[in-house]
Design a protein around this ligand. Structure first.
Ligand SMILES: O=C(O)c1ccccc1NCC(=O)[C@H](O)[C@H](O)COP(=O)(O)O
Length: 209
């Protein structure tokens, strides 16, 4: 299996972004959703992005944001990839002419093959745990054996991952990438550098097994 990519999501501080980069994370996620305890302002995000070394992908996460809000953020912050984490349609995701991934919550009745067809313009799909009324960052895992093999788009597994369970998640789902937020935190929005390092090391160890 090729190296599994790692995204550390919900970064709110420069020092946490640098810890993710130093640990070898491939991407960091910045949450532009005011109701999240991990929300960042455009000014905060710009400072974080400016501090990063090269080759760390910056992902901007939105939840049913207005086009105006997204355009303003894109003007202010140099983001590499957009992550749509709400009920955005394929057309709404595509309108910014930026590479994007679409987050899907793993309801029992989800038809992933059909949805992947609908979002064929996405660079990948992020599969997160379904919890009613909570768009993301739940800290809860879903059944990783539900992740389809040979998907039409790269799949990123999220939800309740941490350094102790991520190798099992990878073995069960064989994803393109994994995404973590709460599992590497001291408190919501405050990452733990040692846990980030432990998480990335666990992914790297799992990927070569
Ligand atoms: O992290 C949040 O607070 C959040 C709020 C609203 C929508 C999405 C959010 N996070 C999205 C992510 O990509 C998380 O990393 C993903 O949901 C996994 O979170 P966790 O279970 O805490 O690892």
């Amino acid at each position: 299996m090729a190296n599994v990519r790692v995204k550390i999501c919900g970064i709110t501080r420069v020092e946490d972004a640098l810890a993710a980069a130093a640990a070898g994370a491939d991407a960091i996620g910045l949450v532009f959703y005011a109701r999240s305890p991990r929300a960042v302002s455009a000014a905060q995000a710009r400072q974080i992005v400016a501090a990063l070394p090269p080759f760390v992908t910056t992902v901007g996460l939105f939840v049913d944001a207005s086009p105006c809000e997204i355009e303003e953020t894109l003007d202010a912050v140099p983001l590499d990839l957009l992550q749509f984490h709400g009920d955005e349609t394929p057309a709404q995701c595509a309108r910014y002419r930026r590479p994007y991934i679409k987050a899907l919550r793993m309801r029992e009745d989800i038809d992933l093959a059909a949805i992947a067809g609908d979002y064929a313009g996405a660079r990948g799909l992020l599969l997160d745990t379904y919890v009613a009324g909570v768009p993301g960052g739940t800290g809860q895992a879903f059944d990783w054996t539900r992740v389809p093999q040979e998907p039409s788009l790269p799949l990123i597994v999220a939800g309740g991952l941490d350094a102790d369970n991520v190798a099992t998640a990878i073995a069960a789902s064989r994803p393109y990438g994994v995404d973590v937020s709460g599992g590497v935190e001291q408190a919501k929005g405050i990452k733990d550098a040692a846990e980030i390092a432990r998480f990335v090391a666990a992914v790297r160890g799992a990927a070569v097994a």
